[in-house]
Design a protein around this ligand. Structure first.
Ligand SMILES: [Zn+2]
Length: 203
């Protein structure tokens, strides 16, 4: 969809059409039937709209309009999947500043989720820690996520500024999926916010 770029399937979001003509995200890429793939880049998400969904009518029986509802469905599926994955990771994750700063000293590859409102001091502290890890040749992935409240909900707390997850060995593929879903979720929120703003402006 949108850019017609060809990428490995697992890097894209699969969408399937149900019997009622509704388009659904198929995160695990296991739902039966034919699917279409979306690269989930911010540019392509911005370009997706009901007019563009029209093109799918050549291959599927779909009802229109449903673009805004589709964005909400994707957001909600990502949210559910992230909640499930994070609750499984809760026991082995480093949650909150002190636990995270301690974990940064460990050389093993890791995934760091940082809230956009983590605060300047903590952002600097983490950037500094990640810089030192990079200089020592340690692999770290950083994703900036919506808010402390959002991150807190995923990990069963009121408020969490930062989390570190293990990305070594067997945990690597889970960390990669978690990273991808967080990035996609962030982009959907940006696009949804932008659309909401535009419809307000245009009245
Ligand atoms: Zn694209």
């Amino acid at each position: 969809m949108a850019c017609r770029q060809s990428l490995p399937k697992h890097e894209m979001l699969r969408l399937v059409v149900d019997g009622d003509g509704l388009i659904w995200p198929d995160l695990l890429q296991k739902a039966p039937g034919r699917g279409v793939y979306h690269c989930m880049s911010e540019a392509c998400l911005v370009r997706m709209n009901d007019k563009r969904l029209q093109a799918l009518k050549a291959h599927f029986k779909i009802i229109l309009p449903q673009y805004s509802a589709l964005l909400l469905r994707i957001e909600s599926v990502l949210q559910q999947q992230l909640a499930r994955m994070c609750s499984l990771q809760r026991a082995c994750a480093a949650i909150g500043r002190d636990a995270v700063m301690h974990r940064l000293w460990n050389n093993a590859p890791l995934l760091l989720l940082r809230a956009a409102d983590a605060g300047d001091a903590l952002v600097r502290q983490i950037d500094d820690g990640l810089g030192k890890r990079a200089a020592a040749g340690c692999r770290s992935e950083l994703v900036d996520v919506a808010s402390r409240q959002w991150l807190g909900e995923l990990f069963g707390r009121d408020d969490v500024a930062v989390v570190v997850l293990d990305a070594a060995g067997a945990a690597a593929s889970t960390a990669e999926r978690l990273r991808k879903y967080c990035v996609w979720h962030g982009r959907i929120q940006i696009v949804t916010m932008r659309n909401g703003h535009e419809s307000k402006v245009s009245g």
